[in-house]
Design a protein around this ligand. Structure first.
Ligand SMILES: Cc1ncc(COP(=O)(O)O)c(C=O)c1O
Length: 356
């Protein structure tokens, strides 16, 4: 082996680029990462201070993941034997890709798809078959059916990040039933959408549904994701692929307490959906924008030639949204997260001042 083989390897990694995080704009109205500020700081303070009381971080969290899985089972109404956990759904997706996919396996997905997933495929040299969104930011299920014969893995974020699109339930179920390989349905934004496919796992052994507490429960910083899949996969994942202690004690205890209070999350999700409608309808009033429907906690719009100006003007006002630029034939895409009423009003007022 060549002496400096690792230098070459590092050089290869540096060509990949990696996942691009949003710009850190201190003290901004943060509408750039699909986080949830509608859930109160009190909710978070309460669960974390109770979690602290239940924790002794001198110890590894032996056995506590089982209690967390019992709570997830109660919440999702799926047997504990079909539930696994990870350090955010990012880590679950990564472990699936690094162990089940390779240069030889083709992944069928959409373009755009979840950025982290795409970057991980690049890292592992996993080829993608990516079906583009149409100009009205929709996907055609027929394109997926045609391409499914050429693919080993189907990955869809449902709803999709960054478009907010979700297939109809019957269409997606039909596609999954006809697919022979492994199916990963990423429901990071599932609670904001029309449906979940979690219960389909019971009769569909090739299906993994991935969910998270980052979005609907507003606990992105805890890094707690989970999946629902058949028992054989779940056993292999949890006993062999997953680290022995993937979650911190505080994460496990906080997760248990958050799931006990799921009714608070449900109310928050409802409020976000109402605000989503207000943002879509207000942005639609500007002729210079094309706004796309969304089933998630964010809205995508094309500000065409002025997207950089809109983005910078918002930053000047202390408002941070996500600058995406070109998506298909849309040259100036911006994505805004649905925040609290006050945050959203600040965003909409800044837009009015700029364009109104
Ligand atoms: C589609 C999708 N899946 C997964 C994630 C990651 O979630 P987690 O915080 O659980 O790692 C995100 C976060 O933005 C996402 O957009």
């Amino acid at each position: 082996m060549k002496k400096n083989w690792f230098d070459e390897k590092i050089k290869k990694f540096s060509l990949i680029g990696g996942y691009i995080k949003p710009e850190l704009i201190p003290d901004s109205v943060k509408l750039d990462s699909n986080e949830n500020y509608v859930i109160s700081k009190q909710f978070q303070n309460d669960i974390i201070s109770s979690a602290k009381k239940n924790s002794d971080v001198r110890e590894y969290p032996l056995g506590r993941i089982d209690s967390l899985i019992k709570m997830i089972s109660k919440f999702t109404k799926v047997s504990t034997s079909m539930i696994g956990v990870g350090n955010g759904s990012d880590q679950i997706l990564d472990l699936i890709l690094s162990n089940f996919a390779s240069k030889q396996t083709k992944v069928l997905t959409s373009n755009p798809t979840f950025g982290f997933f795409e970057e991980r495929c690049k890292l592992y040299s996993i080829p993608l078959i990516a079906i583009p969104f149409s100009d009205d930011m929709k996907l055609n299920i027929k394109d997926f059916v045609v391409q499914s014969k050429n693919a080993d893995i189907l990955y869809l974020d449902s709803p999709n990040n960054p478009t907010g699109f979700q297939f109809s339930k019957t269409e997606l179920q039909k596609l999954i039933k006809s697919f022979n390989g492994l199916v990963i349905i990423d429901e990071a934004y599932g609670e904001f959408s029309e449906y979940s496919l979690a219960s389909m796992v019971k009769n569909q052994s090739n299906l993994i549904v991935v969910q998270t507490l980052s979005k609907s429960f507003g606990l992105a910083g805890l890094r707690l994701g989970y999946f629902i899949a058949n028992k054989k996969f779940t056993d292999a994942f949890m006993n062999i692929l997953q680290y022995p202690y993937p979650l911190s004690t505080i994460t496990i205890e906080s997760g248990i307490l958050a799931l006990e209070k799921f009714d608070i999350m449900k109310k928050v999700v409802n409020d976000i959906k109402i605000e989503r409608k207000r943002i879509i309808e207000t942005l639609q009033k500007y002729d210079s924008f094309q706004v796309f429907d969304s089933k998630a906690n964010f809205v995508l719009f094309d500000a065409h030639g002025s997207y950089k100006r809109v983005y910078s003007a918002l930053v000047e006002q202390g408002i941070s949204i996500r600058k995406l630029g070109k998506i298909g034939n849309h040259k100036g895409c911006l994505r805004v997260t649905i925040g609290t009423k006050e945050m959203n009003s600040k965003f909409l007022l800044a837009i009015r001042d700029l364009l109104g």
